[in-house]
Design a protein around this ligand. Structure first.
Ligand code: IVH
Length: 825
């Protein structure tokens, strides 16, 4: 083979050095000095040189970080210096007394000082995070990474050099022109949280297994037999010890060791996290600081490590069994613990949302005593099946609200059942599964859970004290009742000091109340401080009560809001300004809005079933009804009330209303067929099963019968029919355009099979001509249209003397060529 020209060798070396430097700046220092494109250009140049002269391609080349040929097994490696472990110490952060809280750390420091024969002067400790990853040993020979090994049993590990080469932060070559003949570095391989999240997202997207935590992901990635896979996983490395040095001076403190490693290009944790501290106070301070920072760090740690800084002192202290006497791992409190659920109660939030909360036997978790844990919502409780009496795993990570992770089912309290045999259990749980209550634990109003919603809510928006402040603030808001000056601070004070319980109370406030409120809030130093009350710092010229007079005037001025604003002010869930306006415009009065059942509301433009139900629920809640009555009694008068909109008749077509009852499978067409059979909304309740439209398939019949089986649905149907009539009766008289249609006011009954028209087509034609199709023949029937195989209806028509037509007769009628009376049979 041709020898490599000197200038090529030199250029390759230069490129290698540059690429290693840029790599270090990018991955370790997080401070790149050249654009990515420049790095890529140099990288490709080196690749090209290596392609032309393969002998240049050494394992330490920056081009070799992509992984190589898979290995069948990892070779074992005997560690020249054993990889030891650390003893652990814990603190009880629930204890206030320093000596009790940090007893184990005090003992450690005492042992160290005794060992060093130093009773008074404090010991200097190098302190570091305890990384939650995998220990690894790196061997550099003459500056080049030649071996990387796992800890294994401490004496023998696995050779993972190929894999570690792919870790971007591990230098393949030390950043020095005079490297030691030998350097063995120890540290931790781990996966940053963000890399872990990305990896799991990618794994999940591919349908591959996801890792439980970054530590497992790091372990799984490092121990890949195929280093090309490791190369795709973003692993990181942090150095924390030197095990061997040959051909260079070994620094004499841990701190200097770390500084030296840093100079050589090895990645270390940020300097702020590896200070040197003195004595127990220094250790404890560091511990508490890092514990507080724990959840914000980019990687997982499970504690901190304290190391006597002086290597001479380390040597004097030596080792006991397999752990050094000069170091200790100070572990953070576990973030999970077991305890018992004493009760499950609900918290009501400002918006009325009910959150189940587990009341727990007090237990220390993550350094605090936990007595409550959120259960999020009813579905969550069911999913985890948490019950009273259960032993549960409670988790509190960082500052997050403690939560119940799961139940230890073996410990569930059970009770024996009489007559248990092989086929039925001999014991059952002592407590039933959890259910969200039907009424609000705060105000007793009924609780609503909308379809498809996880959250259950109190419907007593106007009265519930949990929602009171929110409700009053909304009520007073500029786009609602527009009470000038009544902002958050006043509302807080008025509610906290008991002056206002419900919105109507606002209208009974007096000047004396405001003055008393101000005085009490000064006493209790509640949110209403002097400076926040405009005009309260009484100057001689403004009256000291001017602010209160202004507020009272604002309240009085709000008594006559437009109806839409009043409806918006009530704070009905889902009812924004535009829905409030729709309600006001179409129904015309507060009373009619209060009375309207959900199907009628849902028949209005832009109001869906969910919103309609929320409105109806709101007015159905007696507490809310009382609050509204109280407002009216206090003299609040919505303005602009009048008749319903003339076009309402069209919106309230019976078929349209029917489709807004939430009946499964009921389309508008089918609703029409149903009504044709029954004759009216009212009659639907008593419609016999055999009278259902013949065209209906069985599942549809079943769905209808099941729906109707519930009494409250029959009541809804009746109420809807009744309110519909009432609304129509209130409509402004309107010239009836339909009166000119050929079948206006006529009722027809269809029977038998017509030669060309289907029953639906015939019905549609009749209705389009202004007629009605009924299911049964009576004296009021104008015509019976009979086809092939007509049965009892034809007979009845004949007996009552109702005119009977064939299809041709119907067509003539529709075309208006036959006047009513001429249609004799
Ligand atoms: S020093 C002779 N420093 O903890 C002691 N270890 O229990 C050598 N670890 O296997 C270890 N962070 O995986 C040291 N800053 C740190 C550490 C650390 C994590 C792990 C390491 C070791 C285990 C010892």
């Amino acid at each position: 083979m041709a020898p490599i020209p000197d200038d090529v060798t030199a250029r390759a070396a230069q490129l290698t050095a540059l690429l290693e430097r840029y790599n270090h700046e990018y991955y370790v220092l997080d401070a790149p000095t050249v654009p990515d494109a420049e790095y890529d250009r140099l990288f490709r140049e080196l690749q090209a040189l290596e392609a032309a002269w393969p002998a240049l391609r050494t394992p330490a080349s920056p081009t070799q970080r992509v992984g190589g040929t898979p290995v069948p097994v990892f070779e074992s490696v005997r560690h020249a210096v054993p990889m030891l472990s650390l003893n652990n110490a814990f603190s009880d952060l629930t204890q206030d007394d320093f000596a009790v809280r940090h007893a184990e750390i005090i003992q450690f420091d005492e042992r160290v000082r005794r060992g060093l024969g130093r009773s008074d002067s404090p010991v200097r400790y190098a302190v570091e995070p305890k990384f939650d990853g995998l220990a690894i040993s790196l061997v550099y020979e003459h500056g080049v990474l030649t071996q990387a090994a796992t800890r294994g049993d401490g004496l023998t590990g696995e050779n993972v050099t190929e894999n570690v080469r792919t870790v971007r932060t591990v230098p393949l070559r030390l950043a020095t022109s005079q490297p030691p003949a030998l350097l063995e570095v120890r540290g931790e391989v781990l996966m940053l949280r963000r890399d872990f999240e990305a990896l799991n997202a990618a794994q999940a997207a591919r349908g591959d297994k996801v890792f439980a935590n970054p530590r497992n992901a790091a372990a799984g990635s490092l121990r890949q037999l195929d280093s090309r896979i490791t190369a795709q996983r973003r692993l990181s490395f942090f150095a924390y010890a030197i095990a061997r040095v040959e051909g260079a001076t070994w620094p004499d403190t841990h701190q200097y060791e770390m500084q030296w490693l840093e100079q050589l290009g090895l990645p270390l944790v940020v300097p702020a996290l590896r200070p040197v501290v003195e004595g127990v106070e220094g250790l404890a301070e560091y511990y508490e600081r890092v514990h507080a920072q724990r959840s914000t760090l980019p990687y997982d740690i499970d504690g901190v490590v304290y190391k006597v800084d002086s290597l001479a002192d380390q040597a004097r202290l030596g080792f006991v069994s397999r752990a050094p006497r000069w170091a200790i791992a100070h572990k953070f409190p576990a973030e999970e613990a077991l305890t018992v659920v004493d009760a499950i109660e609900e918290q009501v939030g400002r918006t009325g949302a009910l959150t189940p909360v587990a009341r727990l036997r007090p237990v220390a978790v993550g350094g605090v005593t936990v007595t409550n844990a959120t259960l999020h919502n009813e579905d969550e409780v069911h999913r985890k099946d948490v019950r009273v009496g259960d032993t549960v795993i409670v988790r509190r990570a960082g500052d997050v609200i403690p939560e119940v992770v799961g139940v230890v089912l073996e410990r569930r309290p059970m009770q024996p059942v009489a007559g248990g045999d092989l086929f039925s259990p001999s014991e059952v749980p002592l407590h039933p599964p959890y259910r969200i209550p039907a009424t609000c634990p705060v105000c007793g109003s009924h609780v609503v859970r909308e379809e498809g919603e996880a959250v259950a809510r109190c419907s007593g928006g106007l009265v519930c004290s949990a929602q009171r402040k929110q409700a009053i603030l909304h009520f007073a808001g500029r786009r609602a009742m527009d009470i000038e000056g009544l902002g958050e601070r006043y509302v807080d004070a008025l509610v906290d000091l008991g002056f206002v319980h419900s919105v109507a109370d606002l209208y009974h406030l007096t000047l004396a109340d405001f003055v008393a409120m101000k005085a009490r809030s000064d006493e209790t130093a509640s949110p209403l401080a002097e400076a926040e009350v405009p005009g309260a710092a009484s100057s001689s010229r403004t009256a000291p009560t001017r602010w209160a007079e202004n507020l009272l005037a604002g309240i009085a001025a709000s008594k006559t809001p437009p109806l839409a604003r009043f409806l918006f002010a009530l704070g009905i869930r889902h009812v924004g300004e535009s829905t409030a306006k729709t309600l006001a415009d179409w129904l015309g009065s507060l009373e009619r809005v209060r009375q309207a059942p959900a199907p009628i509301l849902a028949a209005l433009p832009d109001i869906g079933l969910v919103v309609a139900e929320a409105i109806a629920e709101f007015f159905a809640e007696p507490n809310n009804a009382a609050a509204i009555d109280a407002l009216l009694a206090a003299g609040v008068r919505p303005q602009g009330e009048g008749l319903p909109a003339a076009a309402l008749a069209e919106q309230l077509e019976p078929a349209r209303l029917l489709t807004r009852m939430g009946i499964p499978r009921l389309t508008e067409l089918r609703a029409g067929q149903l009504l044709a059979q029954a004759g009216s909304l009212e009659a639907l309740v008593t419609l016999a099963p055999e009278q259902l439209p013949v065209a209906w398939p069985e599942p549809l019949r079943l769905a209808w019968r099941e729906w109707l089986a519930q009494p409250e649905r029959r009541a809804l149907l009746a109420a809807t029919a009744h309110q519909r009539s009432a609304l129509l009766a209130a409509l402004p008289a309107m010239p009836d355009v339909s009166a000119n249609l050929p079948l206006a006011g006529r009722t027809l009954v269809l029977t038998g099979t017509l030669p060309t028209l289907t029953r639906e087509a015939a019905q549609a034609l009749i209705e389009a001509a202004g007629g009605k199709v009924s299911g049964s023949v009576s004296r009021k029937t104008d015509y019976v249209v009979a086809g092939e195989a007509a049965g009892s209806k034809l007979a009845k028509a004949e007996s009552l003397g109702v005119p009977v037509l064939d299809e041709a007769g119907l067509q003539a009628l529709l075309a208006g060529t036959m006047a009513g009376g001429e249609a004799a049979s």
